[in-house]
Design a protein around this ligand. Structure first.
Ligand code: NDP
Length: 436
């Protein structure tokens, strides 16, 4: 029976050895909800049941490259929980994908999806491949081979994948094509498609825009607003560029974007035109009048009011946290999933920074994916304005859920604790009333 953090550590070491990202996510969550556990929860082994995925489907993907050689990659779908709806979560194609990373993402996705209020379960999947190294033809053959296996386990009422790192709308549309070919169905099983291929208006923008809508609520809680704020953003992909776009539109100054090579710094702030160019070019190859690229650097030593890590897990470490805390930064909004290391989180909290956790702040993407499925099911597309209003409503609801079960301490909300406690209450109530 898991009663204490030591019980939890030994459970994880026994049942999930060598899975550091998964341990990190589960331990942080347990710290937030442990005071809400009662004897019935413990008697029924609730923690063990909540942290253990329903199943992990592991499969090989064999495809042929442009030189005619057979290639093999490893792929997984972690179906974490179907307690309050069909499994739902993205697909990540990246060389560092492994079972630990996908287990942490699927676990976090479950809590995130509960926070949206949309009756979706949690899942995550992916493959250890770098799609950027592939030709168009190779990408197509990889997607076909991947979906030829995955289609057996997904469906609009069972499991609904979407994109994530390395899987954009074009690739989702290719995956959808294979899904339709092998099943004979087009029913909203895959979300994040091109709009012209059955996707939703506003899905591409939803995660980044949602982060900024959540940020507005956080600033409002602290009697502040976005006007003129210097925002440092990491990443230059889907989440980062759309967060930058919305922050700019709402009066903030975006002073950085970054990628795995380095950081683009614009002390006066990127213009909308600069930003548009970052969407179509590698940052290190761009020549902009008001910005310089710094190889090997992260954005976190740049003076900013707000930091938005939007690249990947554990991208902001202890040293970055120290640098960030020494400047004027007061708020961190996690566009990526678990972008701060444990040490960085602790340091920033101790230094008085407010953290908006990824499972709340970046939930806009999955929320609009839920709306895309609804549009596919009814056959009625929604307008961009309608989707954007629905996104804003969901982010308002998530913010309300994050503050419902906590009080301010030192004038600040601990949104991470609030998010986990809120999702835990709903999830545990359902599990306890359903029985085993
Ligand atoms: P993309 O693949 O579109 O972009 C990822 C960006 O991050 C790229 O610019 C990449 O640079 C950069 N990056 C990757 N690793 C590093 C690193 N170690 N240091 C610095 N930069 C790095 O992914 P998304 O924008 O879709 O996803 C970003 C994060 O947001 C992930 O954590 C994802 O799980 C999360 N998320 C995404 C959602 C979505 O709707 N897309 C929904 C919710 C969460 P390079 O090209 O050089 O590798």
């Amino acid at each position: 029976m898991i009663r204490t953090v030591w019980d939890l550590r030994s459970f994880l070491e026994h049942h999930a050895p060598d899975q550091p990202e998964y341990h990190q996510a589960v331990l942080a969550w347990f710290d937030h909800i442990k005071d809400d556990l009662d004897d019935d929860h413990l008697k029924d082994g609730l923690i063990e049941r909540m942290i253990t995925p329903d199943r992990i489907i592991s499969f090989k993907v064999v495809w042929r490259d442009d030189r005619g050689r057979a290639r093999l990659n490893r792929a997984w779908r972690v179906q974490h929980s179907q307690t309050i709806g069909p499994y739902k979560g993205g697909l990540r194609f990246h060389p560092h994908v492994n079972a630990s990373v996908l287990k942490f993402l699927a676990f976090e996705q479950t809590a995130k999806n509960i926070l949206t209020g949309l009756f979706l379960g949690g899942a995550k999947g992916g493959m250890d491949i770098d799609p950027r190294e592939l030709s168009m033809g190779e990408q197509e053959r990889v997607c076909t081979a991947f979906m030829t296996e995955l289609h057996k386990y997904i469906g609009q009422y069972t499991d609904i994948p979407a994109g994530d790192i390395g899987v954009d709308a074009g690739m989702i549309s290719t995956l959808q094509k294979t899904f339709s070919q092998v099943t004979g169905r087009f029913d909203g099983t895959l979300t994040g498609k091109w709009v012209c291929a059955g996707g939703s208006q506003g899905r591409d923008e939803a995660t980044g825009y949602g982060c900024v809508y959540f940020l507005r609520h956080v600033l409002d809680d602290h009697h502040d607003d976005l006007e003129g704020k210097a925002v440092a953003i990491s990443g230059a992909g889907n989440v980062a560029t759309h967060a930058a776009e919305k922050a700019l539109a709402l009066g903030a100054k975006v002073i950085s974007l970054s990628n795995s090579v380095g950081t683009l710094h614009s002390p006066k702030g990127l213009s909308p035109e600069d930003l548009e160019r970052t969407k179509h070019n590698r940052l290190e190859q761009l020549e902009l009048k008001n910005a310089t690229f710094h190889k090997g650097q992260t954005p976190w030593s740049l003076p900013c009011d707000i930091a938005m890590p939007c690249a990947t897990q554990n991208e902001l470490d202890h040293e970055d946290a120290k640098a960030l805390s020494q400047g004027p930064c007061r708020v961190i909004v996690e566009g990526a999933n678990m972008p701060l290391t444990d040490q960085a989180t602790e340091y920033c909290k101790d230094a008085g920074l407010v953290i908006a956790p990824g499972k709340a702040a970046n939930a806009g993407g999955v929320a609009v994916s839920g709306l895309e499925r609804a549009q596919n099911t009814t056959g009625k597309p929604w307008s961009r304005q309608h989707v954007d209003q629905a996104l804003q409503d969901v982010m308002t609801e998530i913010h309300e859920r994050c503050t419902r079960h906590i009080h301010r301490s030192g004038g600040r909300y601990d949104y991470s604790r609030g998010a986990d406690r809120s999702a835990f209450r709903q999830w545990s109530t359902v599990l306890m009333t359903q029985g085993v």
